[in-house]
Design a protein around this ligand. Structure first.
Ligand code: NAD
Length: 246
């Protein structure tokens, strides 16, 4: 396809899961894609699958590295903020370190990336920022997702605030709120909680469609939001959750 012809995309956390599927989908629609992650091996594997993708190691918690990349790359007109971390537990389980880590990866990353790459987008005359939040946020409260839900709600607030400030300058900012989606880290979380089949069944049970979503389904929404097809959409919460929040 060519729905993203002429777009230059930077994606964070593109080494696996939703980020990887989305980077591949962007590429298949004709975008020039810079896929970043902290996992160098995963990036090498991605490059093996799709030689047209450029890859670079980028830690979304490293302000200097982000600044440096932004200085090198003023051509980015789509920013896909996908990095995220799930802390499992209630507020009583959440140590100050867990809380800080959740803030850093889930929300301060979006502040840093947006602040670094927005000036380039403005000088290009516009752009699309797509932030991966979750339905576990201001959309709905989920047990044992205290730090995660709080920081993903902040991601929705950041999305709307930046959208409001730059709506007159060709910048669109949207949030994707997935329900449960198949990914390597979902499998890790299920394994960490005990009996794999039983815990997996409890994740499936939250989803009224009776299944877990695929990263490709989230990628399809991200392609739409990155493309000019969604030109009339900004500051919006795009729920894609298999009916969890009906
Ligand atoms: P994942 O958790 O399996 O993979 C995350 C990727 O992020 C890994 O490749 C990892 O190396 C990278 N990463 C971790 N820390 C990083 C850092 N500091 N800088 C750069 N990269 C870093 O992927 P996923 O489950 O598809 O999740 C992707 C996003 O989608 C996250 O924001 C997550 O919160 C959100 N989300 C996922 C689900 C789900 O069920 N999988 C549901 C709702 C929202």
């Amino acid at each position: 396809g060519n729905r993203l012809q002429g777009k230059v995309v930077l994606a964070t956390a593109a080494g696996q899961g939703i980020g990887k599927s989305t980077a591949l989908a962007f590429c298949r629609e004709g975008a020039q894609v810079l896929a970043t992650d902290i996992n160098e091996q995963a990036l090498e594997q991605l490059r093996g699958e799709e030689p047209r993708i450029e890859v670079a190691v980028l830690d979304v918690c490293n302000p200097d590295a982000i600044e440096k990349l932004a200085q090198e790359r003023s051509d980015i007109n789509v920013l896909f903020n996908c990095a995220g971390y799930v802390h499992h537990g209630t507020i009583l389980d959440c140590t100050p370190e867990d809380w800080q880590r959740s803030l850093d990866i889930n929300i301060t990353s979006m502040y840093r990336m947006t602040r670094a790459f927005l000036p380039g987008m403005l000088s290009l005359g516009g752009g699309s920022i797509v932030n991966v939040a979750s339905v576990a946020s201001s959309v709905t409260g989920v047990p044992n997702r205290f730090a995660y839900g709080a920081t993903k709600a902040a991601a929705i607030g950041l999305t709307k605030a930046v959208a409001a400030d730059f709506v007159g300058q060709g910048i669109r900012v949207n949030a994707i709120c997935p329900g449960t989606v198949q990914s390597p880290s979902l499998d890790d979380r299920i394994r960490a909680q005990g009996d794999y089949e039983e815990i997996r069944q409890s994740f499936v049970a939250r989803q009224p469609m009776g299944r877990i979503g695929t990263p490709e389904e989230i990628a399809a929404l991200a392609v739409y939001l990155a493309s000019d097809e969604s030109a009339y959409t900004t500051g919006a919460i795009h729920v894609i959750d298999g009916g969890w929040c009906i």
